[in-house]
Design a protein around this ligand. Sequence first.
Ligand code: GDP
Length: 444
Amino acid sequence: MAFEGLANRLQNTMAKIRGKGKVSEADVKEMMREVRLALLEADVNYKVVKDFIKKVSERAVGQEVMKSLTPGQQVIKVVKEELTELMGGEQSKIAVSKRPPTVILMAGLQGAGKTTTTGKLANYLRKKHNRNPLLVAADIYRPAAIKQLETLGKQLGMPVFSLGDKVSPVEIAKQALEYAKNEHHDYVLIDTAGRLHIDENLMDELKQVKEAANPDEIFLVVDAMTGQDAVNVAKSFHDELGITGVILTKLDGDTRGGAALSIRAATGAPIKFAGMGEKLDALEPFHPERMASRILGMGDVLTLIEKAQENVDQEKAKQLEEKMRTMSFTFDDFLEQLEQVRNMGPLDELISMLPGAGKMKGLKNIQVDEKQLSHVEAIIRSMTKEEKEKPEIINASRRKRIAKGSGTSVQEVNRLLKQFEEMKKMMKQMTSMTKGKRKGFKFP
Ligand code: GDP
């Protein structure tokens, strides 16, 4: 998971101060030393770290903390607020032109994920904002780029405007805009050429395309895994081109997070979206506050709820609750549940959004084995209808048959049956608990 090292270190530091009834200047100093090291180790730009520490220190020894009844928690609040501010404060929205189409220029170095992100962004605009984007293939140098965008367009069922690789990007942009107006596209996403390094030709060409297309947004796609380099690339592009926003890709990987934390402060350009995987729906608006909360182990319940609302059928969820209450939960329900959760994204990512997940014993080092999950699915699918409803009838010979049918082993079948039994027991306990007084959700 991204930010893992940073999150662990910061959370350990915060734990030391959380319950303190009195916070001295020396406490703050000691804590800031640890925070500073944690940030530097996460590859955050040293100037950014220096500023951050200064701001937090000033506030932490100030009135708002010292006079508070819970100074320990107050310091943590300050850290969270400043971390949020560092990443841009408010979430930065995507522009909407008063005179459609809204034009977005996509720029970035080769391999950063520019073409994929162009597809993801188009998908996002259609799905979340009900827009009708046109994709424009203006990377005429990388031989496969046009084809790649066309393939993405096909997958998404969206048109791709291309004039091949013999027409200049400026001309392509101009004609694409005409086409978009005639065909009533409200967004135009122009995929421009990437290079391995920043060079003058590339910048000149981008400037010309900018002039011709007069974009509402210029998004720079940068790979979060490249750390400090991402910050330098963003700076150069910003100086030359005046970008309006950054899209950080590969935040699903185990990046140390330095780029996400430095880019805004170092360039002034807001991070607008984060790429969280290779699939076309793996693009999320970047919420500085939620990210800060995740890093500090306070979870990101809002994103989790949003994901659940998008992917979980509310009607089915109600039925499921009823089944849990009446203890009539079957393997079919289990399978359905599994599928719904899987639609929400990789499990370890979901777990990381739970408050205190980093501190929960057992959860911290959880490695969700997707292969094992497929085995579970295969086992359930190899059961008969009756077996799914009444697992108690699954005797030794049935277990053997199920193992064979699912290409797994009898041990695995046994394990699943046992887990299912335990899960039912747990549900029973939980339902009897919630029948009593419902307890509020408490942050750690
Ligand atoms: P371009 O040269 O900048 O156009 O880069 P591509 O769009 O071809 O992407 C380069 C590689 O990065 C591809 O294998 C993509 O699947 C991958 N990629 C792009 N965005 C993400 C992301 O958010 N997460 C992960 N894990 N991979 C990504």
